[in-house]
Design a protein around this ligand. Structure first.
Ligand code: DC
Length: 234
């Protein structure tokens, strides 16, 4: 009969399958952004840098004279954002903010606005909109635990604080920016503590996640491990 045939068709059809998400979470400077981007490129998937959203909100709040501690005003500011992502560029109300949001100050600001549950709520649907066929690689702190709990693969990418501080230090030097190793280390410790200990969606490994320690892994090796784990699921 027709209804049964239709039901069978839908169950078997790929139309019925949810769009796959690979979640890559981890602390600051763990290299998850680069790894996630390369995995996405390799698979032809879309890429979500969720940290960029918190950084944009920190910048927009600052430009509007809103204190990062003001939960209500920060969430309201986020609701009014006009955002556009184009290749590697991010536009905020027709202003190219790709460079501005990458500063250490905006990283710190992002971590401060990110404690507000009201803001996380606003950004939740923005992040869900990135889930488009054929798939998504999403990096952040709560991709596998909160935003995409049904992700097919959840990776927790991390490295020791010293290795992460050293990487950030080298990145700044390469960009010919002032870099103070001790200050970077201190800043990372503070951000880790704030991201891990906040009440709302703290940084933690998902129960069904896999741990990828990158102290002794290159970016290429880390990308390979993620791809191997994903391909093992197919
Ligand atoms: O990944 P990043 O360094 O660009 O993130 C900046 C800050 O944004 C980070 O310290 C905490 C916050 N963040 C978050 O709370 N949840 C996410 N999914 C991504 C980032």
């Amino acid at each position: 009969n027709l209804p049964r045939l239709l039901r069978l068709f839908c169950q078997d059809s790929t139309m019925n399958k949810p769009i796959p998400v690979i979640a890559i979470d981890g602390p600051s400077a763990s290299g998850k952004g680069t790894v996630a981007q390369r995995v996405a490129t390799h698979l032809g998937f879309h890429y979500l840098d969720s940290g960029a959203l918190y950084r944009i909100v920190a910048l927009a709040s600052q430009q509007a004279g809103i204190a990062w501690s003001n939960a209500e005003a920060v969430a309201k500011c986020a609701k009014q954002l006009r955002l556009r992502f184009e290749n590697e560029q991010v536009w905020l109300n027709d202003q190219d903010v790709s460079e501005a949001i990458r500063s250490e100050a905006m990283g710190k600001g992002a971590s401060q606005v990110a404690v507000h549950q009201a803001l996380r709520q606003v950004l939740s649907s923005v992040q869900h909109d990135f889930r488009q066929a054929p798939g998504l690689v999403a990096d952040g702190r709560d991709m596998g635990t909160v935003i995409f709990p049904d992700a097919v693969l959840k990776v927790f990418l991390t490295a020791s604080t010293e290795v992460r501080a050293q990487r950030r230090y080298q990145q700044l030097l390469a960009k010919q920016q002032a870099a103070d190793y001790q200050a970077i280390l201190q800043d990372l410790l503070e951000r880790d503590a704030r991201d891990k200990n906040r009440a709302s969606a703290p940084l933690l490994m998902a129960n069904d996640g896999i741990l990828l320690e990158t102290d002794h892994l290159s970016i290429v090796e880390a990308v390979e491990r993620v791809l191997e784990n994903y391909q093992a699921l197919l």
